[in-house]
Design a protein around this ligand. Structure first.
Ligand code: PMP
Length: 361
């Protein structure tokens, strides 16, 4: 079989070493005679797996002690609802930056629980998608929180700056960029992420929440999404997605073995530079995103002649380069190059792109 490089946006590829370990341990976890899938979440074995995963994530992200780390159900979207339920009253204002499809989705969900106000939207600079930092005086200091998505998975828009929000807690949807580069957790009120890109299998989500923001949930908040309930029960108010949690733990160990977030960030920069250079080198390929706002995780690009899209995808697949079709909202191509994607995978794509251009350009 040709080696396959999977550029899926999520569920996305996992580190091959992690999949092999999980395969070896699947039926008989560490000589216990049972699979991790078959043991009680409250038993000694799983409690140890859960605690180790949390400790490793704390180490990888340098999570300060005054933050809870929660492992919950519901992926990223669960927290489009859980954040407003936990951090605001129905009369409160929540502030939002809308830099693409996912942060837009978060506004729609928040409107069921509070009064969202959009204070910054995607604009254009030099004809390309660009996200401007909001001025400090646009940030209402009475707002319950300010929500944003620093890496838009569909649109490929990302930004490094943090809004200057004063005392208003920052809430970041890091579903597609968590663990991709170092961040200062202490600057955030809440960080949440669906697992299926840089953490593990889909369904699981990870929430990192400052302790003073816990314990204020709206009355009708389901207990499984009440951050206080999750924090006080060690994320075991009900049966958590145990196998996904275990697999996330293997991914965290793998990341530590690679040198942690600091080391993977350098590799991620190199991978992204390699791909953007290939896009910018000629007029055959295009990016709609301004170089100052380009994601290093999700790289959408277009062929100047969209009539060649289907041929590009078919020939790429023949070379083992799969899941490159752009999101249906955007069209064209998208290469998602999360932590598990090797530089070799990106180089193979870049070689294929050059070759395709030679033959069709
Ligand atoms: N936020 C972002 C940035 C995402 O990329 C996604 C999924 N692609 C979501 C939220 C929604 O995640 P889920 O499907 O796990 O609910």
């Amino acid at each position: 079989m040709t080696q396959v490089f999977n550029f899926s946006a999520g569920p996305a590829m996992l580190p091959p070493a992690v999949l092999h370990q999980a395969q070896q341990e699947l039926v008989n976890w560490q000589g216990s005679g049972s699979s991790v899938m078959e043991v009680s979440h409250r038993g000694e074995e799983f409690m140890a797996i859960a605690a180790q995963a949390e400790a490793d994530l704390r180490q990888l992200m340098h999570v300060p002690d005054n933050y809870h780390v929660l492992f919950t159900h519901g992926g990223g979207r669960a927290h489009f609802a859980a954040v407003p339920m936990n951090l605001s009253t129905p009369d409160d204002t929540s502030l939002h930056l809308v830099s693409g499809s996912w942060s837009k989705g978060a506004v729609a969900e928040a409107s069921k629980f509070n009064q969202p106000k959009v204070i910054g939207e995607l604009t254009q600079k030099e004809g390309l998608d660009f996200m401007q930092q909001p001025a400090a005086d646009e940030i209402d200091q009475n707002a319950a929180y300010l929500h944003f998505c620093p890496n838009e998975t569909v649109d490929g828009v990302a930004f490094d700056w943090l809004p200057d929000s004063g005392k208003v807690p920052l809430v970041a949807d890091m579903s597609s960029c968590i663990l991709s580069k170092p961040i200062d957790v202490s600057r955030y009120g809440v960080i949440y992420a669906g697992a299926q890109k840089n953490i593990g299998p889909s369904g699981l989500s990870v929430v990192i929440v400052r302790d003073d923001l816990v314990g204020h949930a709206q009355k009708y908040t389901p207990s499984i999404f009440d951050y206080k309930e999750l924090a006080t029960t060690g994320s075991m108010y009900n049966t958590p997605p145990t196998f996904s949690w275990y697999l996330a733990g293997l991914v965290f160990k793998w990341l530590l073995s690679q040198g942690g977030v600091e080391a993977i960030a350098k590799l991620n920069q190199a991978k992204a530079a390699c791909l953007y250079n290939a896009i910018d080198r000629s007029d055959f390929y295009r990016s709609r995103v301004h170089p100052e706002c380009r994601s290093i995780m999700n790289v959408p690009f277009q062929l100047a002649d969209p009539a060649l899209d289907a041929l590009f995808l078919a020939q790429a697949a023949d070379k083992g380069l799969v899941a490159l079709k752009g999101h249906r909202f955007v069209g064209g191509m998208r290469a998602s190059i999360y932590n598990a994607m090797s530089l070799e995978g990106v180089q193979s794509l870049v070689e294929f792109m050059a070759d395709f251009e030679r033959r069709q350009g």
